[in-house]
Every structure is written in C-alpha cells, then in structure tokens.
Design a protein around this ligand. Structure first.
Ligand code: PLP
Length: 375
C-alpha cells in the first residue's frame, strides 16, 4: 500500500533541528524532566522504575487518570498510544475499508488526510468559513457532504492551524449530521487545555455513541518528547484499536507512561496548563501588536487556542516558495499554507522563547519587504 508524503512532518523532521529559528512548532516550549518532577522523592521513585514492557494499552493508573478527564469514562474507555499521531493512526486503521468515504474538516492536521487516502475510497474536505472574524464550521455544507457511505468524519477542535474552538452547540450539530448516516467522528482534541482565555473547549466526548476523542500531551502540556497520546471511546471500539497497536509499537514506553501519570496528577496538570497559558498570552499579545502594525503585509483571525497563528500574507509568492526562501536565506522555519491545501497563508508558532519569535518575524518581514506588493 502506497501512502502520500505527509509534507509538513517531512519538512519539520528534516529542518526543525537545523534552522537557527524554528517557528514551525505548534506547541509551547517543552518542560524539562526536572520541571515536571518537582519533588526529589518523585525523581527517586522514577530511578527505581523497572524498564520492562508496561501494560501495552497503558497502565491502569494512567488510564484511570485519563478517564477522570472525561465524565463517565472508565479505564476501559481509554487506550494509551505513542503520541496523538498513533491514536489517530490506530483509530483510522481500525475503522476504514477501501470502499468507505471520509469527510475531513479543512484546514486540519494532515496526518489523517494521508491515512484516509491510503485506507479509504475517497476523502473530501469540509472547509471552515471565515465569517464574522472567526473560523466557523458550515453545518449546511456538512449535510451536503455526508452520505450513507461516509464511514468517518475527521474534525480537529481546537483546530490546527487556525486555533479556532468550536462550542457545544456546534459539536451537537455536527453529531446530529453524523448520526443521520451512522458516521463515526474522530475529534482530535490535542490542543484542548491551551485556550488563551483559559476556558476549556468542550469535548465531543459523550455527545454521540460513535464519537471518538484522540488527544495527548504533546501540545497543551508542552510534553511532545514523552510521546504519550490516547483514544477515548466506547470500550468495544477502544479494545479494537488496541489490536492494531500490537502491530505498530506494542506499548508506550515505561518511563513515558510513568511521567504522563505525574503530569496528569490534578495539581501538576493545573500547574502545567497554567504555565502554557502564561507563555501563550505573553507571546500572543506582543505578536498581535506586531502583526497589526504590519497590516500591509498580514491579515489574520486571532486564534482562541494553541501556540499558532494562521496569517494571510499579502505578497505575490507561493507560500511553499516563501517558506523555502525564508529557511535558506534567513534561517527561519515556518509552515506554509499550501501544506494545509491553502496557499497564501503561513502558520506561525509562537509558543517558544519571545526573543526567537521576534527575531524570526523580523527576518520574515525583511524578506517580504523585498517583494513588491500584490497588484
Ligand atoms: C492536531 C494534531 N494531532 C496530532 C498531532 C501529533 O501529535 P503527537 O506529536 O502527540 O503524535 C499533532 C502534531 O502537530 C497535531 O497538530
């Protein structure tokens, strides 16, 4: 089976550790192990951990801690994976057959776009609309896209790359449309907890019997190196995805499982998410001012969550070409809109150190100023 290249991940994998300034990351600056395990006794306990295989779908304490975040869920509703990406992979793999149709919110994290193309018969995009200064799902358009052959609807809430959050009424409307056809929904909620205003985005969890959550610690928690993600859904579905995990990586790492448990202890979780919001709000206020002062170059809808702003740029150059020139000539990495199927945009990550962000932006501006404005 052939699979289309996942362009953004390929680009990041090759360049993110080689450029001077990496603004392609969508999460916040990562925590150190020391910051995560503040107390000496917790570090000592970690040193005593035997490095055997852990329970392969996640240890019971970790699945219990995850289940506690989803009202009514038990450890049997939870499967722990290596990152949100393995959660998406096992969920899609377990659901999709060659004749199935898939509908995907767009723009979106393109992993599931590539997987769905390989495993299903057709994938169609369901574009968000820019209306009233927000990115919004168009429910009428969704109704027109879904058919009795639509096995799966893929959404991302909070959304990557726009940072838009969808409210409970919108999620209920999406579920109602899916329920007409028995369509499964996978809601990638990996940016939940990274809301700038601090109000957690509603989850799809509990709204529909075929609604699946994929999530993890890589974005809102600033712990991408832990490679911990999870699937939450009905026990029979979740047990099915575990059988696929046996063929991918077998189990999460034992240290990762243990550190994830530490991160989700209620007091630690609150401390981590507060840190995330602190970083986001400090950088975002300054970034908004910077962009607003350059309205001839950029326009944007402010994100509600995540360390990313999706900005339209006003110069006549393809986004892929612009990003390549920025990397080669200025040593800065951004994500081009064309990697989300939308040329004319840039995704700018603002979760890192402020001095790097503004150094990178100054370099971006200096390159854009060499290009004549659009006619
Ligand atoms: C929406 C979304 N889901 C999943 C992932 C992958 O998460 P992980 O690094 O935990 O595999 C990303 C990474 O950028 C993402 O943006």
């Amino acid at each position: 089976m052939k699979i289309v290249p996942f362009e953004m991940e390929r680009m990041q994998s090759i360049w993110e550790n080689q450029v001077e300034i990496n603004l392609s990351e969508s999460g916040v600056h990562p925590l150190t192990v020391g910051e995560l395990l503040g107390r000496a006794e917790d570090r000592e306990r970690l040193l005593g951990l035997a490095l055997g295989y852990p329970q392969t779908n996640g240890t019971i304490p970790l699945r219990t801690a995850i289940a506690a975040m989803y009202p009514g869920a038990t450890p049997d509703h939870v499967h722990v994976t290596n990152g949100g990406s393995e959660a998406n992979f096992c969920s899609c793999w377990s659901l999709l057959e060659p004749a199935d149709e898939v509908v995907m919110m767009a723009p979106n994290y393109m992993q599931t776009w590539g997987i769905a193309q390989a495993f299903a018969g057709s994938v169609r995009s369901w574009p968000l609309r820019e209306t009233g200064g927000r990115w919004r799902p168009d429910i009428e358009a969704l109704r027109a896209l879904l058919t009795s052959r639509t096995k799966l609807l893929l959404i991302c809430n909070p959304n990557n790359p726009t940072g838009a959050c969808f409210d409970a009424a919108t999620l209920d409307a999406i579920c109602r449309e899916a329920a007409r056809h028995g369509t499964w929904i996978i809601s990638d909620e990996i940016y939940r907890g990274a809301e700038l205003a601090g109000l957690e985005t509603p989850s799809i969890w509990g709204r529909y019997e075929r609604a699946i959550v994929t999530c993890g610690l890589s974005k809102a928690y600033g712990l991408p190196g832990l490679r911990i993600g999870w699937i939450v859904g009905p026990p029979s579905f979740v047990a099915g995805t575990w059988a696929y995990h046996d063929y991918t990586s077998i189990a999460p790492g034992a240290i990762n499982d243990r550190l994830a448990l530490a991160a989700l202890a209620p007091a630690t979780r609150a401390r981590i998410l507060q840190r995330t919001r602190g970083i986001l709000n400090t950088n975002f206020a300054a970034l908004t001012a910077w962009l607003a002062a350059r309205a001839d170059l950029f326009s944007f809808i402010p994100p509600e969550a995540g360390a990313i702003v999706y900005a339209r740029f006003h110069r006549p150059i393809g986004s892929g070409r612009l990003v390549e020139r920025l990397r080669v000539e200025k040593g800065v990495l951004l994500v081009p809109g064309d990697q989300f199927g939308m040329d004319g945009y840039l995704r700018i990550g603002f979760g890192g150190p402020a001095h790097e962000l503004f150094d990178g932006l100054a370099r971006l501006e200096s390159l854009l100023r060499t290009l004549s404005p659009e006619p």
